[in-house]
Ligand binder design. Structure first.
Ligand SMILES: Cc1cc2nc3c(=O)[nH]c(=O)nc-3n(C[C@H](O)[C@H](O)[C@H](O)COP(=O)(O)OP(=O)(O)OC[C@H]3O[C@@H](n4cnc5c(N)ncnc54)[C@H](O)[C@@H]3O)c2cc1C
Length: 483
């Protein structure tokens, strides 16, 4: 029976932060409804099937999942959600090809990482020590990641206005080492000159501490969150795109979807791109300065993805995140291609699939921006085919076995990201790191997601905790830390 005193929450967007916020509210007694525009739940946790092969459309690597880190503890707090995650190789979490002759294998843990870098670049011993100390000092300022209450870190403000390139060059001179460190840009969404020292440090520190991968598809994690919300009396509605939010006296009256259904709730949480929110809500939602930032943020990190189904026993499974250097001549893009062989639930010696993410500016796909999924025309398909071939040839120079291992090939561009995730500019990481406040000017509307905090599962979980505790008006981070 429905409890008439139970508060209700309606979450717009069933991606990572929408599901985590929904689960946290459900655990705390809210009756949660999630409205997701796609027919598959999960946002960045979506997977899709082609024949026998399962591919991840978004996340591949997970950080923040070690002891005393936010993702691990939040999952524990959610009654130990049974997730299928495996650690990347301890001796080669990342495998980085700086060029065809130089490959580096980055080990897990600060001391191993430090020792390894010093062994490869002994002339930079002092600088490497100083750089890693600076990175850890900056990384620790992200209090929620480390389950600490938010404090003021005045010295950190300077790092948000500093580029990763400037930070690194304070300590390191060796161009090969600088080029090597750019790999982290694929996870932040920028080149060394354009990503902030703050985000670079936080991400690099998390990767050094340890990365994980999703076995059997990231969507299994989404399904566990869906089960959790359902078990707590909530419901998830797919194919339910929000088109209008009706506001009166700074209060949401209802949310309407593309099929003209109306939803009411005590609180609403918006987890998709805030630029979308501006499109379907009338009235003032944000402070002027926040609105300006939302409207003017251009995410230049879009991409081209190649999904390969591999022939049986032709290509070995690699338990590392592989980065292959490729010059893109664009300061907004890291000069690396990101390659993974996603693990299955009973992963053996051989890889079943390979996924390749190539950074690319959205302008490469702008010509087709008025077109719709699966109906973008012959010229678009020719462009995709040619680009995929170029990239596969390039990657095969590093992994010669690849050429003859491909059974089927599928591709996606920034337009797919725009249309499936709802990310303006086809941005891989959406409107990330705007640090917009959780509370809006509308008394029952709250924000969550990568615009509130950072990209990726770790950023989305931090934003979910912030949002849930603002709604619940209690220190959820303390409860999570103690779980
Ligand atoms: C190709 C690719 C690779 C990536 N690789 C990684 C990785 O390896 N590791 C990592 O940590 N991160 C990775 N990311 C980034 C990660 O997916 C995002 O940072 C993360 O999904 C952000 O979470 P979110 O909840 O803010 O948004 P999302 O997960 O995108 O969720 C937003 C949800 O809102 C829905 N939505 C949008 N508009 C509406 C509407 N009007 N009505 C209803 N629903 C709506 C969307 O369909 C989506 O489900 C990758 C992203 C891409 C695209």
């Amino acid at each position: 029976m429905c409890n008439p005193n139970q508060y209700t929450a309606c979450v717009i967007g069933g991606g990572i932060s929408g599901l985590f916020t929904g689960a946290l509210l459900a655990k705390n007694g809210y009756k949660v409804t999630i409205l997701e525009k796609n027919h598959i739940i999960g946002g960045g946790l979506q997977s899709f099937r082609r024949g026998d092969a399962l591919f991840n459309s978004g996340v591949q690597a997970l950080v923040g999942y070690n002891e005393n880190q936010i993702v691990k503890q939040t999952i524990r707090y959610l009654d130990n959600l049974p997730l299928h995650l495996m650690p990347t190789s301890a001796t080669a979490q990342e495998m980085i090809w700086v060029d065809k002759k130089h490959q580096y294998c980055m080990p897990r843990g600060k001391s191993a990482y430090l020792e390894y870098l010093v062994s490869q670049f002994p002339q930079e011993t002092e600088g490497i020590h100083q750089l890693l100390d600076a990175i850890y000092e900056i990384g620790y300022s992200y209090d929620y990641i480390w389950l600490k209450k938010i404090q003021i870190h005045p010295e950190i403000i300077k790092y948000s206005n500093l580029s990763a390139d400037v930070l690194i060059r304070q300590y390191i001179k060796d161009e090969m080492l600088i080029k090597l460190l750019e790999y982290i840009g694929v996870n932040v969404g920028g080149g060394l000159k354009t990503m902030s020292a703050l985000e670079f440090s936080m991400l690099l520190m998390l990767y050094i501490e340890g990365s994980y991968r999703y076995q059997g598809g990231a969507v299994l994690c989404a399904n566990e969150l869906v089960n959790y919300i359902s078990k707590h009396g909530g419901k998830i509605i797919n194919n339910c795109e929000v088109k209008k939010i009706s506001v009166a006296d700074r209060h949401i009256k209802y949310v309407a979807t593309q099929n003209d259904k109306k939803y009411i709730a005590d609180v609403f949480v918006h987890s998709a791109s805030p630029r979308l929110l501006l499109q379907y809500t009338q009235g003032e939602i944000f402070r002027k300065s926040t609105k300006l930032r939302i409207e003017n943020q251009i995410s230049r990190f879009s991409g081209f993805a190649i999904y390969l189904e591999l022939k049986e026993e032709t290509f070995p499974f690699i338990n590392s995140i592989v980065f292959v250097h490729k010059e893109f001549n664009n300061e907004y893009l890291p000069d690396y291609i990101y390659i993974l062989t996603p693990p299955s639930l009973n992963q053996g010696k051989w890889a079943k699939t390979m996924e390749i993410l190539v950074p690319a500016p959205f302008s490469n796909f702008k010509k087709w921006e008025q077109t719709k999924v699966e109906n973008r025309g012959a010229e678009y398909n020719i462009m995709k085919e040619a680009y995929a071939e170029e990239i596969i040839n390039y990657v095969s120079e590093f992994y010669p076995a690849l050429k003859n291992a491909i059974k089927h090939k599928y591709t996606a561009t920034g337009l797919t990201v725009r249309d499936y995730f709802g990310n303006p500019d086809g941005a891989i990481y959406g409107q990330q790191g705007l640090y917009i406040p959780v509370k809006t000017k509308i008394d029952n509307l709250f924000m969550t997601g990568q615009a509130v905090q950072n990209q990726g599962v770790c950023g989305a979980v931090v934003s979910s905790v912030l949002t849930a505790e603002t709604i619940l008006q209690k220190s959820l981070i303390d409860e999570i830390a103690k779980a």
